[in-house]
Design a protein around this ligand. Structure first.
Ligand code: ZN
Length: 170
């Protein structure tokens, strides 16, 4: 996991709102190199579903990037706000999370997920893999094609790039 993603995720976890997103990752040997996250929702609540507009942007981005060898990872936080309401969620997936993951794994055996809480980062669907800092195996230039594709996807929909990639919901 590159440090800019780590920073983005730490920021999200400190908030009251919960975040939901898709991370684009590239397989390398037996590992997955996490590269870029599209937030699909960010608001207060537990068990967030993806916001429709953002989910469509994420799907369109994946379609544009398909054939480039990316895989996706489901992402969500149990933020400070979540954990304040339900302390057990600081260290565990919720029952709803596990049900959703099982359902997704039936549709796609390669389904993977990352849950981040103020205390832990939990992976689902990756066997014995652990998260490791990955700047040394990550070229900063690799994210550029993703950003260009995202710019095109947003322009097609008349959505401003800045607003979309920041936390405000367009
Ligand atoms: Zn959850």
């Amino acid at each position: 996991m590159p440090s800019y993603l780590e920073q983005q995720i730490s920021y999200l976890v400190e908030r009251n709102e919960e975040a939901n997103g898709l991370i684009l990752a590239r397989p390398r040997d037996d590992d997955l190199v996490l590269q870029y996250m599209v937030l699909t929702n960010f608001r207060e609540g537990v068990h967030l579903h993806a916001d429709k507009k953002r989910a469509k942007v994420a799907q369109a981005l994946l379609k544009r990037m398909s054939g480039c060898g990316y895989r996706t990872m489901h992402f969500h936080t149990h933020s400070n706000g979540t954990v304040g309401r339900a302390p057990q969620l600081a260290t565990h997936f919720s029952r709803g999370d596990v049900e959703f993951y099982k359902q997704q794994s039936r549709k796609d055996p390669a389904f993977t997920a990352l849950l981040v809480t103020p205390q832990k980062k939990l992976l689902y669907g990756l066997g014995g893999h652990v998260l490791a800092p990955g700047d040394s195996i990550f070229g900063a230039g690799e994210v550029r094609p993703i950003l260009s594709a995202l710019e095109i996807v947003l322009a097609d929909r008349g959505l401003p790039f800045g607003t979309f990639v920041s936390l405000g919901m367009p």
